[in-house]
Structures are given as structure tokens and as C-alpha cells.
Design a protein around this ligand. Structure first.
Ligand code: SAH
Length: 225
């Protein structure tokens, strides 16, 4: 449990992050900023990196994976237009930080992770924070959410992929509702393009937002290694 002195330090660092790294770089959506203000990033980073909890960069979370940079979390969330009626699928739970931000905006978040250890640790942190509109699964998220546990509509209003894919996995496209949005990093090599897609009458309208650098999504419809 952080002491009062630490809490003040984190509050100050978070205020700086919101102003300089998010608002200062074009994050304007009030709901997204509120969600980012509500979620304590210090709860999601390993103890040895606590002093960098609000620095605008990715940090290691174990298993060779990283918690994404706050600006990228905010940007991807803003581009997804998540409303309180939305059922959101997230591929790549990781630390659970992005999951927590989405949970503040959505009706429900469904999140998939391939490492049991990361999923378990994310479940514990979200539980501690009293977040209960999230369902977890440990499997290959490139194949989508398990059919037997889909929301009653049979699909998702929004999908976020938080690891790089060579192309958008087909199973994810078929689990996206018509009129829904998907955001994620697409491309080979070290850098990818962050893409937003809107599904209209079973066709995709794509827009490139910026260049990004993510760890790979390993799986049947992701990278082989
Ligand atoms: N949103 C996370 C970032 C996680 S990094 C955060 O804020 O912490 C990407 C995550 O995707 C990693 O945890 C990695 O293990 C996971 N991942 C990679 N391939 C996957 C797959 N096929 N299915 C599910 N998760 C996968």
C-alpha cells in the first residue's frame, strides 16, 4: 500500500501526464481523459519501475511483454469511440491497464491474454480496484473470443488489439458488429501503423493514424514467432 507521501507523488505525476503527455499531444475526449485520470497506473507496473509509473513510455511487465505508453493507450481509446452501451473485446490483456481504462467507458470489456500469469495478475489488480465489468480469457486471441461465451448479440461493438498483427485477423472481423470500430497496430518489422477500421455492410473502411511500435501478437492468425 503506498503511503500518503507516495500517493501525493503519484497524483502529481499523473496530473503532469494528463496535461503534458495527453492533452498536450491532442487527446481531447473528456471521457477518455477522465478514465485515464481515474485509473492508477502505479498499480499495474512492477515495483522496481514505480518511479516511472507516469513517464510516457512502455515498461516491462514480465514474460517479455510491456505495459503500453500512456499516450498510446489514450490515443487508441479515443480512436475507438467507446460509449456506455459498448461491449468491447480487447486482445492482449498484458498488465490490465488498458483493460481498466476501457472498463470505465464501456458496458463490458472482454479481454484475452495468452499468458496465464499476466491474466491472473491483471485479474487481481482489477479486483482490488473494484472493477467488475470485465471478463477474462486465457487463449489465442487471434482466433477471437470463445464462441460459447460471446455476448448475447453474438458480436462486439468495439475491438482493440494491443499487440502487432501482420494483418487484421479474420476471426476478429467476423466478431465485429456492423457499424463497429476496431483499432490496432498492423505491419511487419519493428514498426507498425496504427489502424482504425469501421465495419460497414460487412466491408471495412480503414484509416491510418500514426506509426507505432508494439510487441507481436503470436498466434494462428497473428505472427508465427
Ligand atoms: N494492453 C496491455 C499491453 C500488453 S502488450 C497493457 O496495457 O499492459 C500485448 C499483450 O498481448 C502481451 O501481454 C502478450 O502476451 C499478449 N499477446 C500476444 N499474443 C497474443 C495472443 N495470440 N492472444 C492473446 N494475447 C496475446
Amino acid at each position: 500500500m503506498p503511503g500518503q507521501e507516495n500517493t501525493d507523488k503519484f497524483d502529481k505525476a499523473k496530473a503532469r501526464m494528463l496535461k503534458r503527455d495527453l492533452m498536450g499531444r491532442g487527446i481531447t475526449n473528456e471521457q477518455v481523459l477522465k478514465a485515464m485520470a481515474e485509473v492508477p497506473r502505479e498499480e499495474f507496473v512492477p515495483e522496481s519501475y514505480l518511479s516511472q509509473a507516469y513517464s510516457d513510455g512502455p515498461l516491462p511487465i514480465g514474460m517479455g511483454q510491456t505495459i503500453s505508453q500512456p499516450y498510446i493507450v489514450a490515443l487508441m481509446t479515443q480512436e475507438l469511440w467507446v460509449g456506455p452501451y459498448c461491449e468491447v473485446l480487447e486482445i492482449g490483456t498484458g498488465s490490465g491497464y488498458q483493460t481498466a481504462v476501457l472498463s470505465k467507458l464501456a458496458k463490458k470489456v472482454y479481454t484475452v491474454e495468452r499468458f496465464t500469469e499476466l491474466s491472473k495478475s491483471a485479474q487481481m489488480v482489477l479486483g482490488r480496484l473494484g472493477i467488475c465489468n470485465v471478463e477474462f480469457d486465457v487463449s489465442d486471441g487471434s482466433c477471437g473470443w470463445p464462441e460459447s461465451r460471446l455476448p448475447s448479440s453474438g458480436c462486439f461493438d468495439r475491438i482493440m488489439i494491443t499487440a502487432a498483427v501482420p494483418q487484421i485477423p479474420k476471426p476478429l472481423l467476423s466478431q465485429l458488429a456492423n457499424g463497429g470500430f476496431l483499432v490496432g497496430p498492423v505491419g511487419y518489422g519493428g514498426a507498425q501503423e496504427l489502424i482504425v477500421c469501421e465495419k460497414r455492410q460487412d466491408k471495412l473502411i480503414e484509416r491510418v493514424i500514426c506509426d507505432v511500435r508494439f510487441v507481436k501478437l503470436l498466434g494462428k492468425h497473428g505472427f508465427a514467432q
